[in-house]
Design a protein around this ligand. Structure first.
Ligand code: PMP
Length: 379
């Protein structure tokens, strides 16, 4: 059976060019980037080139990039590292209600230690209102964290406006840019981010490598304790092959971006239009235009999302209810709750995310299969 992958927001397959670029760093150029000999220097050079490539893509300086094991680590380090460093200055943090768990969990951890948290609501399309952020700021506010694009419903947040507010009030601004990076332009200066997280496997790079952008002068404590790598900001032997892969992946995204946006937006719009036309009792979630080019998200009346996914899988189609990280959990998604969906509708949701290798034939097959499956599950 030809298997159709419509879950690119969970993870992407690596681009073959990425693997090709990484290969020699497992074999002849396997050195430890901190070793002073030729092997080490070779690895260090590759690492610094990768850092430069990513920095250039983000409009940053290369010394502002820390390579990490992925966005979970980047988000944990950003939130806890900043909060600990700034706790003498204040103990109040502002965060949106629809952040990824890798932001919300460290926030809860801080709350238990006495930090005060203001959770900002979103409207029914999933957008944060920058005025709500402004209103929430108090003298003790040290950090604002709002994601660039939501991983479930694809809503793109007004981060540039929020960044402006943060700058005016001299508050640090963290942006989880995991779902944006590689898919739409991300420029740390345009959005006023002081700290920004990303993960390579979301843009055709390898799993287990990500980065944290830290604006020069921003105090972020090392999260892992041990060696002095990454200028003392992240202990552990650097993943040179991973960083090379991440850099190659971002280069490819940069080259292909405008064309991919165009192709994917068309396919996504077709999915949205046809699903809402062919099926009754369907709610379209997220914002109609301020959304990722590859994301379509629906809720179906009287359908169990988990059963829908199993039925699709039996027909060779891989999709998701929303976030891969919470599937299997009994609680409805916090994001869908925040946009005001009932628990029943939240449990009946379907996220379709397309990518570099999605074809229009695959989309057509999905559109042919879905109405019958939904009908059968409703009986
Ligand atoms: N933030 C967002 C918005 C995400 O979608 C994800 C991955 N689902 C993460 C953070 C965590 O990334 P990783 O699993 O690569 O650590």
């Amino acid at each position: 059976m030809h298997r159709i992958y419509l879950d690119y927001a969970a993870t992407t397959p690596a681009d073959p060019e990425v693997i090709k670029a990484m290969e020699s760093y497992f074999f002849e150029k396997f050195g430890n980037a901190t070793s002073p000999h030729t092997f080490g220097r070779e690895a260090s050079k590759a690492l610094e080139n990768a850092r430069e490539t990513l920095a250039h893509f983000l409009g940053a300086k290369s010394e502002e990039i820390i390579f990490t094991s992925g966005a979970t680590e980047s988000n944990n380090q950003a939130i806890i590292g900043l909060a600990y460093h700034l706790k003498g200055k204040g103990n109040h943090i502002i965060v949106s209600k629809i952040e990824h768990h890798s932001v919300l969990e460290p926030i809860e951890f801080l709350a238990k230690q006495g930090f005060k948290i203001t959770y900002i609501n979103v409207d029914k399309t999933g957008l944060v209102d920058p005025h709500d952020i402004k209103k929430a700021i108090i003298n003790q506010t040290i950090l604002i964290s709002v994601m660039y694009a939501n991983n479930e419903i694809g809503a793109i947040q007004p981060v540039a406006e929020i960044g402006k507010i943060a700058k005016e009030r001299k508050i640090l601004f963290h942006v989880d840019a995991v779902q944006m990076t590689g898919h739409l332009p991300v420029n740390v200066n345009e959005i006023g981010a002081d700290v920004l997280s990303l993960s390579a496997h979301k843009f055709y790079g390898p799993k287990g490598v990500g980065a944290l952008y830290v604006r020069k002068g921003t105090p972020v404590d090392s999260y892992l304790m041990g060696g002095d790598q990454e200028k003392g900001r992240r202990a552990s032997t650097q993943n040179v092959a991973g960083a090379v892969g991440l850099a190659q992946a971002i280069e490819l995204c940069r080259e292909k971006m405008s064309q991919e946006i165009e192709v994917q937006t068309k396919l996504r719009n077709k999915i949205i239009n046809e699903v809402t036309k062919r099926i009754d009792g369907v709610t379209f979630n997220g914002h109609p235009t301020k959304r990722l080019p590859n994301n379509a998200h629906f809720s179906f009346d009287k359908v169990q999302g988990e059963t829908l996914l199993t039925s699709l899988d039996m027909m060779g189609i891989a999709a998701s209810m929303g976030s891969a990280c919470t599937s299997g959990a009994m609680e409805p998604s916090h994001v869908l709750r925040a946009i005001g969906l009932s628990d029943d509708l939240a449990f009946g949701s379907l996220r379709i995310t397309i990518g570099r290798w999605t074809t229009s034939e695959e989309v057509d097959y999905f559109l042919e299969q879905l109405p019958g499956i939904v009908k059968r599950l409703r009986i």
